[in-house]
Design a protein around this ligand. Structure first.
Ligand SMILES: NC(=O)c1ccc[n+]([C@@H]2O[C@H](COP(=O)([O-])OP(=O)(O)OC[C@H]3O[C@@H](n4cnc5c(N)ncnc54)[C@H](OP(=O)(O)O)[C@@H]3O)[C@@H](O)[C@H]2O)c1
Length: 311
């Protein structure tokens, strides 16, 4: 079989095309492209060309499938569109680095009050209030949990993400981590009442445990090899909302903020809620499209996306 590799503008990328055996798979084609133009398979997006002006989404070639699955009757030739996705990193690497920053940076503000010297405060002997100590443990528990979940719980469908996302996501998490740590551990920090602290942390821990349980439910929607695509999540809070994991994530930050009460913390929860709400709306739309009640498919049963009765 001869594969003609073209760019989005229709320019031929490998002159003369690529010759492959009749039983070649998409993975074989990716390897052949790698050899010819030195672009690793993880950064190759291969699609079937669409007619110019067409609003149809192009078919993305699945590396597990045979190339013959994409030839319409004529198994001798195939034209494939190639897009370079740029340097990639694994999803686990991306998440690991974005969570490692807040996990390591926050305790610096707690254990080394000398850092406040650089912000114009004298290196006085700082006695931490219990709320600051519990906040540090709560924070570190949260990010350690996220890293462990990344490696041992989540079953991602995408193997890689663009390298540029590492810098963008690290900037977001690392900056907010320092911003919140600076105010919660500040020598002039004013603690909330004992009761408010207990309510905040108690509620927050309950939500963190619920969040972990939501992740176990999502994990069980897929087999160990990541196969299974998207299913309707059911059970626990997923019986009420589509993205119960985001709901519990937002509420656990609310718990942290009730206990610590800083503007920095509330700014973070507002930004995180905005981001997760947008993602949740997209996930809700995807599940409604996949499970539309037609041709024997079940109808997606949820009405609320993230926080009833608002969304
Ligand atoms: N504070 C913040 O700003 C913030 C922001 C985002 C996330 N988080 C936290 O990090 C956690 C993970 O985030 P995330 O955005 O990766 O969560 P997510 O997309 O909802 O899903 C977590 C895992 O479950 C899979 N999954 C989701 N819905 C599924 C379905 N219907 N069927 C089968 N598998 C499904 C996902 O697969 P795919 O690989 O296909 O997506 C992913 O591997 C969140 O739950 C939250 O606790 C915090």
């Amino acid at each position: 079989m001869k594969v003609t590799l073209v760019s989005r503008s229709g320019r031929e990328i490998v002159k003369g095309g690529i010759e492959l055996g009749d039983s070649a798979t998409v993975a074989d084609l990716q390897e052949a492209i790698h050899k010819r133009i030195k672009k690793h398979p993880s950064r190759q997006r291969l699609t079937l060309p669409v007619q110019p002006g067409s609003k149809e989404k192009p078919v993305v070639l699945n590396y597990k499938k045979s190339l013959n699955d994409y030839t319409s009757g004529n198994s001798e030739t195939l034209t494939v569109q190639f897009k370079d996705l740029g340097p990639q990193v694994s999803y686990r690497t991306l998440f690991f680095f974005e969570y490692l920053g807040p996990l390591l940076l926050y305790p610096i503000f707690y254990y080394y009050p000398a850092v406040y010297k650089y912000f114009g405060y004298k290196d006085e002997h700082v006695i931490h209030h219990p709320v600051q100590t519990y906040a540090m443990y709560y924070w570190c528990f949260h990010y350690a949990k996220r890293i462990l979940e990344t490696f041992f719980v989540h079953r991602f469908s995408h193997a890689t993400s663009p390298l540029s996302n590492v810098f963008r996501n690290c900037a977001y998490y690392w900056t907010f981590g320092c911003y919140i740590a600076y105010y919660v551990n500040h020598p002039l920090y004013t603690p909330v009442s004992d009761l408010q602290m207990k309510i905040g942390f108690g509620f927050g821990i309950l939500c963190q445990v619920s969040n972990f349980y939501c992740h176990i439910i999502l994990r069980n929607l897929r087999g160990p090899a990541g196969e299974g695509g998207y299913q309707i999540p059911r059970g626990f809070l997923f019986n009420i909302v589509t993205c119960a994991n985001y709901t519990t994530e937002i509420y656990q930050w609310l718990g942290f903020n009730i206990a610590t009460q800083t503007i920095a913390g509330y700014v973070f929860v507002a930004v995180a809620t905005f981001i997760m709400t947008n993602w949740a709306l997209a996930k809700h739309r995807r599940l409604k499209k996949l499970f539309d009640g037609k041709e024997g498919r079940p109808r997606y049963p949820r009405r609320w996306v993230i926080l009833p009765p608002f969304l």
